[in-house]
Design a protein around this ligand. Structure first.
Ligand SMILES: Nc1ncnc2c1ncn2[C@@H]1O[C@H](COP(=O)(O)OP(=O)(O)OP(=O)(O)O)[C@@H](O)[C@H]1O
Length: 256
């Protein structure tokens, strides 16, 4: 399934948040959205997921979701959003129950996503027993259980320490290399964007406008940490973003 944003603009009251945003996300592609704090990244993701409608412009979906998809556009949040009173498998079964899937059929799906995310040994664990990284892995397994066409990931690694972030990026690369999932991935972390994005949509400060769409043709599995080409790309994107980030920072300081 393909997602096309066509000239999306939005304001909340007097505040202009997004301006003339157009890009597309193809099947099997990870598109990262990067930009300074408050530039409208999460708002954009809500438009893509259909949680809100932009004031002008369109978000179009074309093509069919995967066979058996229960929720074509599925969110993965920064705070994991696991229920503490349910085990790992209980958290996954909850979303399946929401779609009327129980018993043997649910067990089959849970077994499959736990195996795909290498969590099989943790199925009976409680969220409080898991590290942040493991909780986010469970949240990703839960998202996969509904066979999404596109995962909408809002700063999914931001709550984690840098080593755990590295490990989870490796997991996501591994998963993508095996399964080729599609994701719209919001982050303010450049290293994450150049590691995971096939394309990076670089936004200006608010109102978020597209500064550049950077395409990276190095296969994900070859994007090792500190790869010189990635470092160069990261520096180039940072030169686009630096002034925007500084100005955004000053605006926040003004409000204070
Ligand atoms: N429901 C809303 N009502 C009014 N203003 C909103 C609403 N949601 C977001 N905003 C404002 O829109 C702007 C963009 O917010 P958004 O959360 O999309 O930015 P962001 O780029 O994701 O920020 P961050 O990087 O800090 O998470 C901010 O000024 C925010 O205060």
């Amino acid at each position: 399934m393909k997602i096309i944003l066509d000239d999306v603009s939005h304001r909340y009251g007097e505040t202009e948040v997004l301006k003339n945003i157009s890009f597309s996300l193809a099947d099997g592609e990870i598109v990262c959205i990067i930009g300074p704090s408050g530039c409208g990244k999460s708002t954009l993701l809500r438009f893509v997921g259909g949680l809100e409608r932009p004031e002008s412009g369109k978000v179009l979906l074309s093509g069919e979701p995967p066979a058996g998809s229960l929720n074509p556009l599925t969110y993965v949040f920064q705070d994991f959003a696991l229920l503490p009173w349910r085990t790992v498998e209980g958290n996954i079964s909850l979303v399946l129950e929401d779609h009327g899937i129980r018993g043997g059929k649910a067990r089959e799906v849970i077994d499959d996503v736990l195996a795909r995310t290498k969590l099989t040994d943790f199925r009976k664990a409680w969220p409080r027993q898991l590290s942040g990284g493991m909780k986010q892995r469970v949240a990703i397994a839960r998202a996969l259980s509904v066979r999404p066409a596109v995962m909408l990931m809002d700063e999914p690694l931001s709550a984690l320490d840098s080593q755990t972030r590295e490990l989870l990026m490796d997991d996501l690369v591994d998963l993508w290399t095996r399964e080729g999932f599609s994701a719209c991935y919001v982050t303010h972390n450049l290293a994450e964007a150049v590691r995971l994005g096939h394309r990076i949509v670089v936004l200006s400060r608010r109102p978020g406008e597209i500064r550049e769409i950077v395409e990276i043709d190095i296969p994900l599995a070859q994007r090792l940490d500190r790869l010189p080409e990635l470092d160069r790309l990261q520096r180039r994107i940072w030169t686009i973003m630096r002034d925007e980030a500084r100005a955004a920072d000053m605006e926040i300081a003004d409000v204070g």
